[in-house]
Design a binder for this molecule. Structure first.
Ligand code: ZN
Length: 126
């Protein structure tokens, strides 16, 4: 069974991992409802949630991305010699990056965990 894996462009543009054209999220990134995720792809009807609570696993990716953001901010503030400003700068950076981290942690669930754990649903039964 040889199925082409989705590439980086549909991942970065938050497109469906199966057809790479349907949008995963309902609204724009800068919106109050940035978190609304579709239940299925609008163009190929691929189900984004193989089981209830599938996206709870995105918390682990979110945690990793958040730690990466905080460490990066600490390195930047230390590098410019203004480490005292980190106490204000890091919360501001977190508030700005929350929509991105939320979305890409869910995209990591769709692109990494989904094909590994739900092979039958993702690739179809052989
Ligand atoms: Zn699709």
């Amino acid at each position: 069974m040889l199925v082409k894996r989705p590439g980086w462009v549909p991942f970065l543009t938050c497109k469906c991992p199966k057809c790479a054209t349907g949008r995963v999220f309902n609204n724009r990134l800068i919106s109050v409802k940035f978190a609304q995720t579709r239940y299925s792809c609008p163009s190929c009807s691929f189900s984004f949630e193989p089981e209830p609570g599938f996206f709870y696993g995105a918390m682990y990716f979110s945690y990793a991305l958040m730690v990466g953001l905080i460490v990066t901010c600490c390195i930047i503030f230390y590098g410019i010699g203004k480490f005292d400003y980190a106490i204000v700068g890091i919360p501001i950076a977190i508030v700005i990056m929350v929509p991105l981290i939320f979305r890409y942690s869910r995209m990591m669930m769709l692109y990494i965990v989904y094909p590994l754990m739900y092979k039958d649903k993702f690739y179809g039964k052989p």
